[in-house]
Design a protein around this ligand. Structure first.
Ligand code: ZN
Length: 165
């Protein structure tokens, strides 16, 4: 069983208030990975108004708005899992909680992709790795906000033993 986790491929991160550069470019690659995966789980930033991260970032991904919806052209299969995160106004929540991840049987290979590499994607991969799971990040199916920071994270991941493909 292989699992694909598609992180935050949401309108606000692609064409909305907190755009990740060239985020739309990875859409075909993500859809290819979805087609090959045994199971797909998506995560969505799902913030209340006044969320603590809006001190650092523009307001984004307000729950149940256009900005928090997944991109319309992402081909999410029926039965895919959904993990909402960042719902607590005082907690940042880049990665889904370990508790919410444990609701799924994540044995086997896990591939993480989506947005943004230097925040939620790497944090999600690190959380899964910390849970002792077999996790890799597909670099061609992710984009970052800050490329210099992203390079440092890639080095750290390789050092820790988190696979990059
Ligand atoms: Zn957020």
């Amino acid at each position: 069983m292989n699992t694909l986790i598609v992180v935050d491929y949401q309108n606000d991160f692609i064409t909305g208030t907190l755009q990740v550069p060239r985020a739309i470019e990875i859409l075909p690659r993500i859809n290819d990975l979805i087609a090959k995966a045994d199971r797909v789980i998506t995560t969505q930033d799902w913030h209340p108004r006044g969320h603590c991260s809006f001190k650092q970032f523009p307001e984004h991904c307000i729950a149940r708005t256009w900005g928090s919806a997944l991109h319309p052209y992402i081909q999410i299969p029926d039965g895919a899992g959904v993990l909402l995160k960042g719902q607590d106004a005082g907690v940042e929540g880049y990665a889904p909680s370990e508790y919410s991840l444990r609701l799924y049987d994540l044995s086997g290979q896990i591939t993480v992709c989506g947005l943004a590499f230097d925040y939620s994607v790497s944090e999600t991969a690190a959380t899964l790795f910390g849970m002792g799971l077999d996790v890799s990040v597909d670099l061609r199916a992710t984009r970052e906000i800050d490329s210099k920071k992203a390079l440092g994270i890639v080095r750290l991941m390789l050092h820790l033993g988190i696979k990059i493909v």
